[in-house]
Design a protein around this ligand. Structure first.
Ligand code: MLT
Length: 254
């Protein structure tokens, strides 16, 4: 019934596509991914690192949902195996999830196989839910994500990776930043989207300060690991303005 209604609305001339925000992977099942472009959001740090590695010339990225798969692929193909668990380089992998590890000099022309606690897990959940299309977003590629969504005129789910299913501030802020840019062109009947847009409105003057003042949990975790530089980079708009799009197991630049 929902599908029939959705198709009917899409066929109406001038009907705006829908935009929803899923603030946690645990809520993704509430939305119709098969009719939407799903934007995977993991600002700290998976989707910031993905955009950065591709911007710096990585051939493509294979996102995998377990450390074991990452290690296995590393044995089969010539690639860089990387990933984290709980914010630290995962045992058995050579590299972590810091955007600063993926300079042009290091990653240019290489294949990156990446597994992260929340970001790559959510991407695989979206795949299982039959997402029509999957792209990744973060502040470092904010404008290109917003432009793509405007150009596609497709339904959108802004899917926050959060932290182990618990809603987080940074992914909600990014959803709000996207909504601020494209809201006029979408039908937004979704309180989570309104919350995200309002939060971003409050925070946009200084995202780092906002996260600090509000005791953001993963912000605190990364600060405790001495990764302030990573956080500041990940909150900066448009430093790696490319659009990673998922096709046949790979994230590539659109
Ligand atoms: C994740 O996927 O959970 C993160 O990117 C964690 C991190 O490395 O900061």
């Amino acid at each position: 019934m929902v599908n029939i209604l959705m198709n009917f609305i899409l066929q109406m001339p001038n009907a705006k596509p829908f935009l929803f925000t899923s603030m946690s992977p645990a809520l993704l099942h509430l939305y119709n991914a098969s009719q939407a472009t799903v934007v995977i959001i993991d600002v700290l740090r998976a989707t910031s690192t993905i955009a950065t590695a591709l911007f710096n010339g990585a051939k493509y990225i294979i996102p995998v949902d377990s450390v074991a798969k990452c290690i296995e692929l590393g044995r089969q193909i010539n690639c860089v195996t990387a990933g984290e668990r709980d914010g630290k380089i995962a045992e058995g992998l050579s590299y972590g999830n810091s955007p600063f590890e993926y300079s042009r000099l290091f990653i240019g022309g290489k294949i990156l196989v990446l597994t992260t606690t929340n970001g790559t897990r959510l991407l695989h959940m979206a795949l299982e839910k039959g997402a029509r299309e999957i792209v990744t977003g973060s502040f470092v590629n904010l404008d290109v994500v917003a432009e793509y969504l405007l150009q596609q005129k497709n339904n959108v789910i802004l899917a926050c990776a959060a932290w182990k299913d618990r809603i987080n501030i940074e992914d909600t802020l990014f959803a709000g930043a996207v909504i601020e840019k494209i809201r006029e062109h979408f039908n937004i009947e979704c309180d989570a989207s309104h919350i995200a847009a309002n939060l971003y409105h409050k925070a946009s003057g200084d995202l780092f300060d906002f996260m600090q003042r509000n005791n953001a949990s993963h912000f605190n975790r990364l600060m405790a690991y001495g990764l302030e530089k990573d956080i500041r980079y990940c909150l900066e708009p448009n430093l790696a303005n490319v659009l990673p799009i998922y096709e046949a197991g790979k994230l590539k630049i659109y």
